[in-house]
Design a protein around this ligand. Structure first.
Ligand code: C5P
Length: 211
């Protein structure tokens, strides 16, 4: 049997990596895992238990969340994203979520995973690695539009400040920081609309898979 085709999609918040990963999964007929959702579930579980996301033991206890929590829309909130970014700095939390992500990556036929450390830690052997990025101004504008459409009154400046904080935490943590793998294809979506970003990602992955 041939080795599974693993596609790793990493990048910062609101870079478009989630949309791109979903589109790649549909295009190549592969299952998709949004690994950010796992960290969001941990952050949410810690909050539900009244714990402190900055405390390693409380954060680790949050990894025992029940799977139905993954379907809770509250996981998509900015507040939960902030909690996820705080629990994700703890090495024990990352270790507790490793096997689940690794097993998903290694399923027969392969998979698309998106996150921060897929190409560097979870599946360094991935056949194709994309690092999706965009300027902070472009990412803040996208996120602000999404939030405004949902009735959230936060200003563009507030959204940009939150993103900058999350970027700093994700890039500077000691364990598995947000980092492009040396063999990743960097895709800057600052100037691309949704369809153009997806088309560029598909073309890049197809080229990589052709070898
Ligand atoms: O991608 P998303 O915004 O849902 O991720 C939420 C947070 O979870 C990120 O800011 C990051 O701190 C953390 N995360 C991570 N490693 C991943 C996926 C997400 O540390 N593979």
């Amino acid at each position: 049997m041939s080795a599974p085709v693993i596609v790793a999609v990493d990048g910062p918040t609101a870079s478009g990596k989630g949309t791109i990963a979903q589109a790649l999964a549909a295009h190549f007929g592969l299952p998709h895992l949004d690994t950010g959702l796992l960290y969001r579930a941990v952050g949410r579980q810690v909050a539900l238990a009244g714990g402190n996301p900055d405390d390693p033991a409380d954060a680790l206890a949050g990894t025992a969340f029940a799977d139905p929590l993954l379907a809770d829309p509250v996981l998509r909130d900015e507040a939960t994203g902030g909690l996820a970014s705080r629990v994700s700095v703890h090495p024990a939390v990352r270790a507790a979520l490793f096997d689940r992500q690794r097993a998903f990556a290694l399923q027969p036929g392969g998979a698309v995973l998106d996150g921060r450390d897929i190409g560097t830690v979870i599946a360094p052997e991935a056949a194709a690695k994309l690092f999706v990025t965009a300027s902070i101004a472009a990412r803040a504008l996208r996120r602000w539009k999404e939030m405004a459409a949902r009735g959230d009154a936060r200003t563009l400046a507030q959204v940009e400040a939150d993103l900058a904080l999350r970027d700093k935490r994700d890039r500077s943590r000691a364990h598995s920081p947000l980092l492009a793998a040396p063999d990743a294809i960097v895709l800057d979506t600052s100037e691309l609309d949704r369809d153009a970003a997806i088309a560029a990602a598909i073309a890049a992955v197809e080229e990589r898979l052709r070898g």
